[in-house]
Design a protein around this ligand. Structure first.
Ligand code: PLP
Length: 373
């Protein structure tokens, strides 16, 4: 039986041919494909300005700079996310303020956010873990009450929606940033890449300068640099992949939903004692991941190894980030965010990707039951 990874991108032959065309065209870095990809993303996001980036990490860094985040400021985020979320805050000389998760959604507990706001808070950076959107109604009520910018980390929620409207369209009255990732493991990919949806009151030209060395070019061939920018542009090679992927988004998301439903069916039938299933949201989630929590007594390392021996790949997304050495040195301690620590300690990501077969789900569920028995 062939090895079943926890995820794998689906790239069609048409996309591979489109990449070949870019390579033969003589223009392989940022150019017409990037502009076409940005236009397609903008259309998906209800016509909002979108700029492509080399990663979501880069997009979030630029978003926070555009939101005015700098040394001494605070940004509120969740401890149960990819470490990029807190790293970008540190990169800007600001302080990540972590708020524990809600046990049901595993996203930031919105009931605790208000109490974490101080005079130094500049922005909220909520994360749609596993593709399950943070409650946008409550989120923006809080942001408005405290006059805070929001940078939505939608790295995992491209294709998801909130109350029937796609993530990426504005839930914050046009003042919100939305960051997408197109890393190889995400629902659509460009290999590596990301995009930033811009608020109405932010100059897209300034965003472009922050993306590429602060350079502003003039029609007479001269240039100026009046702001410090990074090196965060996407290539046309990557954008060609993204254009091919975007066409498949709806089909990918539908397939993910089907597979998630199968997981629930099989797990309900197996009724494994102590195994916690994810929140069963088939209205909003894009099912970026299907994550279960192992029973409290289970040894995750041994479980992952046993699954591996059965030819099944397992992911861990994520250990609570405040327990990493870098963050411990900043003063965070075990016990600070007990719910994130529990989920971070017991979570496993089971295989789920569009090219998976229905029978693979049964195979995974049976293996989980056998190992935990
Ligand atoms: C993947 C991911 C990122 C970072 O995306 P890159 O494109 O790899 O920089 C950030 N946040 C979350 C929640 C992610 O899953």
């Amino acid at each position: 039986m062939s090895f079943l990874p926890f995820t794998r991108p689906t790239i069609d032959e048409e996309t591979i041919a489109a990449v070949g065309e870019v390579l033969r065209s003589g223009w392989i870095t940022s150019g017409p494909r990037v502009r076409a990809f940005e236009a397609a993303l903008s259309e998906y996001c209800g016509g909002r300005p979108v700029r492509a980036f080399s990663s979501a990490t880069a997009a979030m860094e630029v978003a926070l700079r555009l939101a005015g985040v700098g040394p001494g400021d605070e940004v509120i985020t969740t401890p149960l996310t990819w470490v990029a979320c807190a790293n970008v805050v540190l990169t800007l000389g600001a302080r990540p303020v972590l708020v524990d998760i809600d046990a049901a959604t595993r996203n930031i507990d919105l009931a605790l956010v208000g109490a974490a706001v101080t005079a130094k808070t500049r922005a909220l950076l909520p994360v749609d873990l596993a593709g399950l959107p943070v409650d946008r109604d409550r989120l923006y009520a809080i942001a408005q009450r405290h006059g805070l910018r929001v940078v939505e980390d939608a790295a995992q929620s491209f294709g998801a929606s909130w109350r029937g409207r796609p993530i990426g369209t504005s839930f914050g009255q046009g003042r919100d940033f939305v960051s997408f990732s197109f890393h190889a493991n995400k629902n659509i990919t460009t290999g590596e890449g990301g995009a930033l949806v811009l608020p109405d009151d932010i100059d897209p030209d300034l965003c472009e300068r922050l993306r590429l060395q602060g350079v502003e070019r003039f029609p007479d061939g001269t240039m100026d640099v009046d702001v410090l920018g990074g090196k965060f542009n996407l290539t046309d090679i990557a954008a060609a992949i993204g254009l091919g992927q975007l066409k498949r988004l709806e089909a990918f998301t539908a397939r993910r939903h089907e597979l998630a439903r199968r997981y629930f069916e099989h797990f309900h039938r197996l009724a494994i004692p102590g195994l916690e299933l994810p929140p069963a949201d088939f209205e909003n989630s894009n099912w970026h991941m299907y994550q279960v929590l192992l029973p409290d007594h289970a040894d995750r390392g041994a479980f992952i190894k046993a699954m591996q021996e059965r030819g099944i790949g397992i992911g861990v997304h994520y250990p609570a980030l405040h327990l990493f050495s870098l963050y411990r040195r900043l003063g965070f301690e075990p016990g600070d965010f007990p719910r994130a620590e529990r989920v971070g300690g017991q979570t496993v990501t089971l295989p789920l990707f569009p090219a998976m077969h229905d029978a693979d789900v049964e195979r995974v569920c049976d293996a989980v039951a056998e190992i935990l028995e």
